[in-house]
Design a protein around this ligand. Sequence first.
Ligand code: GLU
Length: 290
Amino acid sequence: MIGRFAPSPTGELHLGNFRTALAAHASVHAAGGTFLIRFEDLDMHNANMANAQKQLDDLAAIGVVAIETPVVQSERFDLYRDAIVRLIEAGVTYECFCSRKEILEAAQAPHGGQVMYPGTCRELTETARAERRAVRPGALRLRANGAKESFTDLIHGEVTGEVDDVVLRRNDGVPSYNIAVVVDDALQGVTEVVRGDDLLDVTANQVHLQKLLRYSTPVYAHVPLVVGEDGERLAKRHGAITLAHLTAQGISPTEVKDLLWASLGQTGDSFSWDAVPRAPWVAPLTHGKS
Ligand code: GLU
């Protein structure tokens, strides 16, 4: 059993990230498996390795430690490109010249939280593609053909979702999150993917890519979001949500860990997914102890 936590090193981790990381780590630990940390820094405008080191230090402070050196996605572009070439050769890709604005304008209502690609460039002729390519380079999309995929989620049960024509390679040549995460989880032998449930809607895309690339599908656990007392997704305005802020308010990393452990419904030492609440967790600590 191999599990992982895969943060983006764009800033400091917050209570929601810690809670997911703690669940990922505890689940692996309970099964006697191997726990990995992977840095997802494909969006290099925001990511930097100083953030990554700070995230590792904060995770260690709440007891979430990986034995192996973390993998960093920006160092693995060749692996993602190989997978993209395999998909091109399998005939399941097409070039797309739409801007984000055009997609949003042409898209129908969001589909289960996901804005589905409206298909504008799906059937372009070679002449039309050449014309548009001369104006700006295209992105590369998956030709999903309206597929649906199912997967097992330890919190949400059996989940079925529609596969979107997701971007595989952006028009600046950078591989997309969806291809990178699928390649990395497969090559790292990950059998259990634990992450925030904001990613539940994109999982069918990833399962589809796993099948096309002949990778096995891991078991998923999408951990419900952490929200502030107003019910909104945790953000800076909610107060102390980073470990540094919590420590400054007199709340130690051990107290943070204990609070998160209890919020995951855990009472004993050994982790159980059955006890994890299905609803978002309202973080009580965001304004400090007093
Ligand atoms: N890097 C993603 C995030 O920080 C997580 C992706 C994943 O775990 O698959 O939200």
